[in-house]
Design a protein. Structure first.
Lengths: 617, 160
């Protein structure tokens, strides 16, 4: 395809693409090829599907589209048949002949392969009726399931790059900034800083301005940025170009994790195709404005998600943060004014420009506008990516969309905001989630990770886990963070090992206070959060560990043992068969016995017993 | 990699050229070299110093700061067990324990026959399929102790 010389050429292309799609009007099978579904075997399903269609001579009548992440990762690989939107979850190779024969050829549903709603126990045939999708508002993620991320034509045909046209030809840079300001958009990477104000300040400082996309998604348990990069890279790119017009920049960078190979690949492809069409590079769409983007791959250092560290890393040095008495919008990358936003923030920009600030600001709460993508993971039935308006309650997200806690277990807490976030207990489930509400209960929005924990999760162990993570990731430059985290971790490790003593909780609170106040960057300043919130809401668990030398959740190995409840044991022999240590003995249909000397507390018996007869003591 | 004869120098030069001999791309250059050998051979470092015009101390500080770079030889297959939060609450420790027992190595170590390196990685963004591990470029989800060991055994068979 030739370079587009002006806005009319782009519209012409868009129209011809739309007409072509209508004319084809053929069946479309969209198969999720995101990292989650791929881990479950998308490649095999794709191969089987191609072969089966060819076998039936349907290869020209049915198009297969490998799309980005649909979000319903729990049920991967996800297959959707368009235009009807028929959903087949957890598709395997041997399901394919049935699907092709019945649904594609005869137009019938394959009942046995349909999604079964765990709540109502009913079969649901269409994607839009599945509660997981039904209750979401997918203004950012929505296109992920519709387009092939490696096809710029797909993005253009769903309206892509129309916001760019508007920004280039119909708006002044001031008007763009004004729209972003009015929309109320706040940074999706963690801090929640008003995006428009950041843009305005950057535009005010002179120098070679840079536009940077922070795609160093490091929060464990959060993967919305990866899914956007993999599934809809052009939306991020379009946002960045608009940002560049607004602040007057000609060079941009995407700093992306090396651990996300598919994201890097799709992004690289997107850059090439955008350049080919003249949407990126010299003289974009004949407007006279030039801007290009480079990719820089991060090296697996969590601290590089911090803005100053990221920019130092971009310069080819170890990514250590610096004090921010001069902000990066004034002096950042190469000592120049730098506009850094997170992936999801950039993806919001075209939506705002297209629909207007007023429309955008009508979604959400008073001080948190728009939608937020959460990655709902951990002990929840429907794991996946959930996009909801700001202010949606935790209960709606976890129970109505997420389907609640599996195996009839009891909800204990939800952890938000990544390693520097906090654990929120049951009493706040009806709280509407936005930047300010989360802060009130001691947590943060962070990048939107939401890790659900049930009765089997030990909160002391969770705090220890996060500190262990942060100890590894602390860059070691400033003493409060480097030493403080290490000492807190030591105290927590002792508590988990059964060596906790009176005064430990107070000591943790004291060190936590110093680390939060005296650390150089955000990593240290927020590092005590997981400890302080678990102490605040689950102090009794700390006390059981310290005083009674018990781990009520059965996680800290020295502090519990398994026992067989004679009343509940039916003698089904399952635990005895599965025990790797032969620690369980007993005859069929008679109460079994567990030898505590042999038991290594691996938990296999506990997980496999269907009668709750293995108990934690 | 005992002697520099085994190093594919034209390829190394190609990598450096690919990034326009740009010193800001030092980390990416080392990542690409790492993809060839699973680590950055020490013989390469003076060449990076000379070609990129950077100090030796910078090369070492970058190589040791970032986790994706190793200066020690690693196994033919790199096993990365995800220990991100979602995998952690779903029992990533058990997977790690099982593999440690099976391979008789600790986390971060390489087997004597240089076949496997066992590493922990913090979140690869496949949280819905946890616990997850990757063996080289392939991701395996929904693991338990037995399936994890089976996957490793499969890799062992393929080579013998």
């Amino acid at each position: 395809m030739a370079k587009l010389e002006n806005r009319e050429a782009l519209e012409e292309l868009r129209n011809s693409l739309k007409i072509a799609t209508q004319e084809k009007s053929k069946r479309l099978i969209s198969l999720c090829a995101g990292s989650g579904c791929s881990a479950y075997g998308t490649a095999k399903v794709h191969k089987a599907l191609k072969a089966e269609l060819t076998k039936h001579g349907l290869q020209d009548d049915v198009e297969i589209k490998l799309t980005g992440c649909h979000g319903f990762c729990e049920k991967g690989p996800i297959l959707v048949i368009q235009p009807e939107g028929i959903l087949y979850p957890q598709v395997k190779e041997d399901h394919i002949p049935n699907i092709v024969e019945e649904t594609i050829k005869n137009g019938n549903l394959v009942q046995s392969l349909l999604f079964k709603d765990p709540a109502s126990k009913k079969k649901i045939s269409h994607e839009h009726d599945v509660p997981f999708y039904k209750l979401q508002k997918r203004i950012i993620l929505g296109n992920n399931g519709l387009i092939d991320p490696t096809s710029i034509e797909d993005y253009i045909s769903v309206g892509g790059y129309s916001a760019l046209v508007k920004a280039l030809f119909d708006m002044t840079p001031e008007e763009i900034i004004d729209q972003v300001k009015k929309s109320g958009l706040r940074g999706r990477g963690g801090g929640g800083f008003p995006t428009g104000i950041k843009w305005e300040t950057c535009a005010r400082h002179d120098g070679d301005r840079y536009v940077i996309c922070n795609a160093d998604e490091g929060d464990p348990g959060a993967y919305m940025d990866r899914s956007l990069l993999e599934g809809n890279p052009h939306s991020i790119l379009e946002g960045m170009i608009i940002g560049a017009i607004a602040v007057g920049s000609h060079e941009g960078y995407v700093y992306v994790r090396h651990e996300y190979p598919l994201a890097v690949k799709n992004l690289l492809f997107a850059l090439q195709s955008a350049r080919r069409l003249g949407l990126l590079g010299e003289n974009i769409l004949g407007s006279g404005f030039s801007f290009d983007v480079h990719i820089s791959r991060g090296g697996g250092a969590f601290v590089c998600g911090e803005s100053t560290a990221l920019m130092t890393s971009l310069e080819g040095k170890p990514g250590r943060p610096r004090a921010k008495y001069i902000h990066t919008v004034e002096k950042g990358f190469r000592e120049s004014p730098s506009l850094l936003n997170n992936v999801e923030t950039w993806a919001n920009v075209p939506v705002i420009i297209n629909n207007g600030a007023d429309w955008y600001a009508s979604i959400g709460t008073e001080r948190s506008k728009g939608t937020k993508i959460f990655s709902l993971v951990g002990k929840v039935v429907n794991t996946g990516l959930v996009e909801v308006p700001m202010g949606t309650s935790l209960r709606a997200i976890i129970y109505d969309i997420g389907g609640g806690i599996p195996k009839k277990k009891k909800f204990k807490a939800v952890q938000t905001g990544g390693p520097s976030g906090g654990c929120i207990p049951e009493q706040f489930l009806d709280m509407g989630v936005d930047f300010d509400e989360l802060k009130k209960v001691g947590s943060i929005m962070g990048s939107g990770g939401m890790i659900v924990m049930d009765q089997d999760t030990c909160m002391v162990d969770v705090a220890r886990y996060f500190l262990d993570f942060l100890k590894e990731e602390s860059c070691g430059q400033c003493t409060p963070c480097r030493e403080g985290i290490k000492h807190m971790l030591q105290v927590l490790t002792d508590i988990c090992a059964g060596n906790g003593k009176e005064g430990d909780i107070e000591l943790l609170e004291e060190i936590g206070d110093v680390v939060a106040k005296a650390s150089l960057c955000g990593l240290g300043a927020s590092a005590p959060n997981p400890v302080l919130t678990t102490i605040r809401y689950f102090r009794n668990e700390y006390e059981s560990h310290i005083r009674d030398k018990k781990c009520p959740a059965g996680v800290c190995k020295p502090l519990f043992y398994y026992e067989i409840d004679a009343e509940k044991c039916t003698g089904c022999t399952l635990c005895a068969l599965k025990c790797p240590q032969q620690a369980i003995s007993g005859e069929k249909k008679k109460v079994h016995h567990l030898d505590r000397e042999k038991c290594i507390k691996c938990g296999i018996c506990y997980d496999s017993c269907k009668f709750d007869a293995i108990v934690i003591k | 990699m005992e002697n520099s004869e085994k190093i594919d120098w034209p390829k190394i030069n190609q990598i450096i050229e690919k990034y326009n001999v740009n010193r800001e791309a030092l980390l990416m250059i080392m990542q690409d070299i790492s993809d060839m050998y699973n680590y950055v051979p020490p013989e390469v470092i003076p060449v990076l110093v000379e070609r990129l015009g950077v100090r030796k101390s910078l090369v070492y500080s970058v190589a040791t700061f970032y986790k994706t770079i190793s200066l020690e030889p690693r196994g033919k297959h790199i096993i990365k067990v995800c220990t991100g939060t979602a995998c952690h609450v779903r029992g990533a420790d058990k997977i790690m324990d099982a593999l440690k027992e099976h391979l008789h190595i600790k986390e971060g170590e390489t087997t004597d026959n240089l076949m496997f390196t066992l590493e922990a990685v913090r979140c690869i963004g496949c949280c819905a399929s946890g616990p997850v591990m990757t063996v080289d470029q392939e991701t395996h989800g929904g693991l338990d102790r037995a399936t994890a060991v089976k996957i490793i055994e499969g890799h062992n068979k393929n080579v013998t």
